[in-house]
Design a protein around this ligand. Structure first.
Ligand code: SAM
Length: 226
């Protein structure tokens, strides 16, 4: 296979390759808690994920894609012990930070996946999620990069199919133009219905603070699966 043919078979990535070192706090938490709470996502692996087995109980599950440093995940999981929170990220310091918070707060309802979320979702059965959270995904502002955006029709259809009927897809962005595109894409999905604006119940995230400090308005959208 030529280089071009090999490149064409690679999945389009929605994330920037980011380097980052784990602090000793992160590394210690990773060494201690990854064996218990961690899940490695491998490209191309389609083994069905047993969510009840992963959490050790039958409970509604929230999937959070791209949790960053995990502050919002930990806060939401701590306030909502009845549901399991499965966070997926590729940024290893963030994974270490979330595991550190899981240890410090004594959370038992969080599982942390490392790898590409769009690979992970293919392992989750249709109708098995209570909610999907996509908070401040990479905006990919240049037109030639829009294909790398997480919220686009094909990905939305896959995420919606993983939700139970009545389950919620909750997205937020601080990039107005992505907010418009997100709204159009989500409104156009025939299996989703937009929920009225109201209190979103989401703690402020690191990227949200960054956007607000730069004066960018926040678009917050919640849809339910029909
Ligand atoms: C702009 S940051 C936002 C982080 C966090 N949600 C916040 O609001 O502070 C987007 C995050 O999504 C992650 N990400 C993007 N695409 C991803 C994917 N396909 N799988 C896992 N993580 C992804 C990136 O690594 C990055 O940490």
């Amino acid at each position: 296979m030529s280089e071009t043919e090999i490149a064409a078979t690679r999945p389009i990535r929605t994330f920037h390759p980011r380097r980052g070192r784990m602090s000793s706090r992160h590394a210690d938490a990773h060494a201690l808690l990854w064996p218990r709470y961690g899940l490695t996502v491998t490209d191309g692996d389609r083994t069905p994920l047993d969510l009840a087995g992963l959490f050790g109980r039958e409970a509604p599950v929230v999937l959070e894609i791209g949790f960053g440093m995990g502050d919002a995940t930990a806060a939401m999981a701590a306030a909502d012990p009845q549901r399991g929170y499965l966070g997926v990220e590729v940024h290893t310091p963030g994974i270490g930070n979330l595991l550190a918070m899981v240890g410090e707060l004594g959370l038992t309802n969080v599982r942390v996946a490392c790898g590409d979320a769009m690979q992970l979702v293919h392992r989750i059965g249709p109708g098995s999620l209570d909610a999907v959270h996509v908070f401040f995904p990479d905006p990919w502002p240049k037109a030639r990069h829009h294909k790398r955006r997480l919220i686009q029709p094909g990905n939305v259809a896959v995420l919606r199919e993983r939700l139970r009927p009545g389950g919620v897809l909750h997205c937020a962005t601080d990039w107005p133009e992505y907010g418009v595109a997100m709204t159009e894409t989500l409104d156009a999905d025939p299996g989703l219905r937009r929920l009225p604006e109201g209190p979103h119940g989401r703690p402020e995230t690191k990227f949200e603070r960054r956007g607000a400090a730069a004066g960018r308005p926040i678009t917050d959208l919640r849809y339910t699966r029909r």
